[in-house]
Design a protein around this ligand. Structure first.
Ligand SMILES: Cc1cc2nc3c(=O)[nH]c(=O)nc-3n(C[C@H](O)[C@H](O)[C@H](O)COP(=O)(O)O)c2cc1C
Length: 152
């Protein structure tokens, strides 16, 4: 099934999941067809089918992907450089400025999707621990862009 918007989250303690679910709820208010899924349940083909992709991902360990994001990240790394050129993506990165590699996992996704041919339709946001307001504003702006580009 082709989804207009795929919202994928990678998380260890649920913050990214809650934001992704919030984004999906709001997408419904914009009348945008969407799917929200943990990145461990997302396949490379799902990325190809999505016209728009939002990834909400936290950083763990010492600048690492959450466990449930790593396999898809590795699979995307294996793709040819233009494999995702139909995908319009935007990244919401969660982290903590107390760590040296602030929001590194989100930065890696942002760079990887661009390398694989994706189009960044909105700039990444790197969120510190008090992310609620910034994340909400970012999600609203991103959904407005998706809605206008899909004619909703
Ligand atoms: C053990 C541990 C390691 C972390 N490592 C990083 C890190 O390297 N860089 C960073 O920006 N944030 C780091 N964080 C902060 C998390 O990314 C942040 O708390 C985030 O909101 C968690 O979101 P989640 O619940 O979706 O996993 C770390 C947090 C913990 C507890």
């Amino acid at each position: 099934m082709a989804h207009t918007l795929l919202i994928g989250f990678g998380t260890e303690t649920g913050n990214s999941e809650l934001l992704a679910m919030d984004a999906q709820k709001k997408a419904g208010e914009y009348d945008i067809e969407s799917k929200c899924a943990c990145l461990e349940d997302v396949k490379v083909d799902d990325l190809r089918l999505a016209s728009h992709l939002i990834i909400v991902v936290s950083t763990w360990g010492d600048g690492e992907q959450p466990d449930n994001a790593q396999d898809l990240y590795d699979a995307v790394e294996e793709l040819d450089d233009n494999a995702l050129n139909a995908v319009n993506f935007a990244i919401l990165a969660l982290g903590d400025t107390a760590f040296d590699l602030f929001c590194e996992a989100g930065i890696q996704w942002d760079e990887l999707l661009e390398k694989k041919g994706g189009q960044r339709f909105h700039d990444r946001i790197d969120c510190d621990t008090d992310y609620d307001d910034d994340a909400e504003e970012w999600i609203d702006t991103v959904l407005e862009k998706v809605a206008s580009s899909t004619g909703k």
